[in-house]
Design a protein around this ligand. Sequence first.
Ligand code: SAH
Ligand code: F3S
Length: 481
Amino acid sequence: MEKTIDENKQGETLVIPQKKENTKKLFIESYGCSMNFSDSEIVASILQNEGFNTTQSLEEADLVLVNTCSIRDKAEQTVRKRLEKYNAVKRTNPKMKVGVLGCMAERLKSKFLEEEKIVDLVVGPDAYKDLPNLIAEVDEGRDAINVILSKEETYGDIAPVRLNTNGVTAFVSITRGCDNMCTFCVVPFTRGRERSRDPQSIIEEVNDLWNKGYKEITLLGQNVDSYLWYGGGLKKDFEKASDFEKATATDFAKLLELCAKAQPKMRIRFSTSNPQDMHLEVIKTMAKFDNICNHIHLPVQSGSDRVLKAMNRLHTREEYFTLIDNIKTIIPGCAISQDMIAGFPTETEQDHQDTLSLMEYVKYNFGYMFTYSERPGTLAERKFEDDIPESTKSRRLSEIIALQLKHSEFRTRQFLNTTVEVLVEKQSKKSDQQWSGRTQHNIVAVFPKGDFKIGDFVNVKITDCTKATLIGEAVGLSKNN
Ligand code: SAH
Ligand code: F3S
């Protein structure tokens, strides 16, 4: 069982701008983290060159691709359910081919082909460039699979096709994989070793997005603060780099600066930061540039030193507090959000209380909270028994969520009677008379449309709020337009 305050987008069907000459129809949907949504844009780009346009109708698809998530058991069950749905559709459209992408493909490999008869194609996160060959194999009637993980692939040379875009915000991926080996986490196994993308190609993408009218980018990686470019290759091989490569290396603080300077009016966000890899230089760079948003997603997972150690999170509770204090000193009012896991193996009531007291100290703006889900092959699975009863996990999770809601409300209320800059993203879900956008602190704000349009930076006086949403009146266009 799991609950989140701000549920990630799930199972969104993506629409690709149509190319006239393309004749084949692709239905692609993504589950899980932002990186999967971003990867689907790379896949769409690769397949657009292979004659595929997207369709939102599963029934008329020639090829169905599902980009999958393995982070918790529930995420995998959701995909299994989707496969059942594809199976039903295939009865009316027998020519339809089905492919599985992403973390489940990597984790289950050929088992997928054995377990799920509907699946024709299994492709891991580093093998998307092989899709044209794999699809050709499937067309000849054979199942096809490529789950080889790479030490170099960053897809830096592929211009993503922006899918289901609002034309205002976009993801730019900067690293792939993760070397951190948190004991609960399946990502290092499904996404492989950490690699950084050439800063030049990142800046080109940012410039291109600006030229196309985008106003906000999120630099994406499993662990962005660990970004390091010294000419390519794995981070762990940095010691072997030449003196020149070392002297000219780009770390995350430098990359942030490069992006902020390349497009001084583009809002810049990043996600995710592992506290152990976040350095003062990054915080100082954020403070230096107005266009880097004052929000840090800083998952801590637990407030107990003992549990942090068992999770192989390489910092203590005290070190985390020091980091939080530094952030708040250098960037006053910086928004901070969390990820928490309730019921990690061996977690005691005291450990849980430590999590609650850590939350009391930080008073996060918002968070994503989960019960522990044992993942096959992880270090935690091998080392610990999943010994916390589900009922205890759920109760602890409820307490964590209740406290977070209280803190979210406290933080949101702090904006009452202030004027904030909102980047308009879309029409409010609740009213067609209102725009919806986000502040630099990543808080959703709604206000009457007036003459403003999507993509405008608007100054909004906040007059009311719910726990998570600011409600206000526009006072005029921001100088940042
Ligand atoms: N660095 C990554 C973290 C990926 S996982 C990022 O870019 O977001 C996202 C969150 O899922 C983690 O921070 C953790 O809170 C949660 N999570 C990961 N493995 C989990 C597991 N086995 N059980 C429950 N939650 C888990
Ligand atoms: Fe997972 Fe820890 Fe990396 S949560 S993605 S192993 S930073």
